[in-house]
Ligand binder design. Structure first.
Ligand code: NAD
Ligand code: UGA
Length: 459
């Protein structure tokens, strides 16, 4: 079969996989290939057991895989035959050297640039899909311009705004698609080529074009603003716990103001995920690099409040359990950083579990999708942990349930039965405020929500 265009995506992760699956679904005349250095991951993408859990993803993959969507470990051939290359590799926080703990680690991205350079024979559009520091496209261009085989490259920025757990919905109906390019003839032409892909299903007015640097920076700023809302509401949750105000009522009251808006105002154990923390720190690092210390400090506070919220939550657990959890059984409900994903990167559960283990608690962890990652994350960590798919069994003999992830499954369990299986007094720490607190209190539980008065018999 001959295809009108050949699209390649380098990086078959949480972004590359779902994004390209949707492009393949909506653009049957394009051949879409996803490559990765991780051969095991590619094997999984080609199998019945996908490497990531994302609602709706499997159905799309089943439809398009082998028709116009292909997964491969042959990066060289992929680059050679492609017209458009999306780069969607990981860009974690640097853990070594200059900028350690704040800057973006660009080693994977740089390797990609070298791979593209070495294997290109004709003209290509290179679209940055991964989240990068502002001005990275300039570095990409510098690398690509060192070629001497006549291949022409146009670099554009096309950041991704999907959220895990709702990735498919976000991709099918995005609030916007952002494309940044040089305002030159070839730059604008490249932006139009990328825009044409999305125009298959996204209304034209939602496809925003900007200059390259605005696009790169917008991605970091979008994440910083979203995370800032969570830290803002979480900071107020601490004040609620001191004053008997109720954070859910406050979220509703302030969110009803259309200028504030109701989304992303759920107080929690803190935000997790692979991007918020790393992108804010990266933003702060960039600001510092330009001598803007106050700007950097301002954004770093969003991360500090997030750390504080997690520490506060663990502190509340220990205090409510009579200042000691030594030898006490605690069930951890949820290990993923949010519901509907198996991803545990930067999950608050990791911090909470480690702290409770340091205090010598005995933990049983349950999660509908994240147990495999939890096992990997906690390998070698000292302490008594069991992993239990069945939440009822996880709660067996436990003195407390610590709810970390807002899975629907946890809302609808038979808590009367769970209460009977637990050691008394039975405590629940609802780190997501998703349970019916009054009802649970009536069952006999002592309830400790976030930013609300606790309901307890242990006065
Ligand atoms: P990921 O770790 O899930 O996937 C990245 C993949 O790239 C990995 O499979 C890795 O093996 C592969 N890779 C690395 N170097 C390679 C190379 N040289 N050649 C081929 N493959 C290579 O990461 P992710 O969550 O998909 O994130 C990718 C980027 O997208 C990051 O910059 C992230 O900030 C951004 N982003 C992520 C999300 C999200 O929700 N996860 C949303 C929007 C943007
Ligand atoms: C986030 C952004 O929402 C995406 O737009 C962006 O593309 C992505 O980061 C990225 O660049 O990686 P994601 O991290 O997948 O997406 O998930 P979110 O839904 O944003 O949740 C992040 C964290 O905040 C989770 O731990 C979640 O539980 C927490 N959260 C979210 C709250 O604590 N309260 C809220 O009100 C909302």
């Amino acid at each position: 079969m001959s295809f009108e265009k050949k699209i390649l995506c380098i990086g078959a992760g949480y972004v590359g996989g779902p994004t390209m699956a949707v492009i393949a679904l909506k653009c049957p005349e394009y051949k879409v290939t996803i490559v990765d250095i991780n051969e095991e991951k590619i094997r999984k993408w080609n199998s019945g057991e996908l490497p990531i859990y994302e609602p709706g993803l499997e159905e799309i993959i089943t439809k398009v895989r082998g028709s116009n969507l292909f997964f491969s470990a042959d990066i060289k051939s992929g680059i050679k035959e492609s017209d458009i290359i999306f780069v969607s590799v990981n860009t974690p926080t640097k853990t070594f050297g200059l900028g350690a703990g704040m800057a973006s680690d660009l080693q994977y991205w740089e390797k990609t640039a070298q791979q593209i350079l070495e294997n290109s024979e004709g003209p290509k559009i290179v679209a940055e899909k991964c989240t990068l520091p502002v001005k990275t496209a300039q570095a990409m261009e510098r690398i690509l311009k060192t070629n001497n085989n006549g291949a022409q490259f146009e670099v554009v920025s096309n950041p991704e705004f999907l959220s895990e757990g709702t990735a498919i919905q976000d991709l099918l109906e995005p609030d916007r698609v952002l494309i940044g390019s040089h305002r030159t003839e070839s730059g604008l032409k490249a932006a139009e080529e990328i825009g044409k892909i999305y125009a298959h299903w996204v209304p034209r007015e939602k496809i925003i074009t900007t200059n390259l640097w605005s696009s790169e920076l917008s991605k970091l700023v979008a994440n910083a603003f979203l995370a800032q809302r969570i830290s803002s509401i979480n900071s107020i949750s601490a004040l609620c716990e001191k004053t008997d105000a109720d954070i859910a009522e406050i979220s509703y009251a302030i969110g009803s103001d259309r200028r504030i808006g109701s989304k992303f105002l759920n107080a929690s154990v803190g935000f997790g995920g692979s991007c918020f923390k790393k992108d804010i720190l990266n933003l702060a690092y960039i600001a510092e690099g330009y001598g803007l210390r106050e700007v950097a400090e301002y954004w770093k506070k969003v991360v500090e409040i997030n750390d504080y919220q997690q520490e506060r939550f663990v502190g509340n657990i220990i205090k409510a359990m009579f200042n000691t959890v030594v030898g006490k059984r605690i069930a951890i409900f949820g290990f993923a950083f949010k519901a509907n994903t198996g991803d545990t990167r930067e999950s608050p559960a990791k911090f909470i579990v480690r702290k409770l283990l340091e205090e010598k608690a005995i933990l049983s962890i349950t999660d509908p999708q994240a147990l495999e990652n939890a096992r990997i994350d906690l390998a070698g960590v000292e302490g008594e942990i069991t992993f239990e798919r069945d939440p009822y069994r996880a709660a067996d003999g436990a003195s407390a349930i610590v709810l970390v992830t807002e899975w629907d499954e946890f809302k609808t369990l038979n808590y009367e039965a769970i209460y009977k299986r637990m050691k008394k007094p039975a405590l629940i720490f609802d780190g997501r405020n998703i349970l019916e607190h009054q009802k649970f209190f009536a069952l006999g539980f002592n309830i400790y929500p976030i930013g609300k008065p606790s309901l307890t018999y242990l006065k």
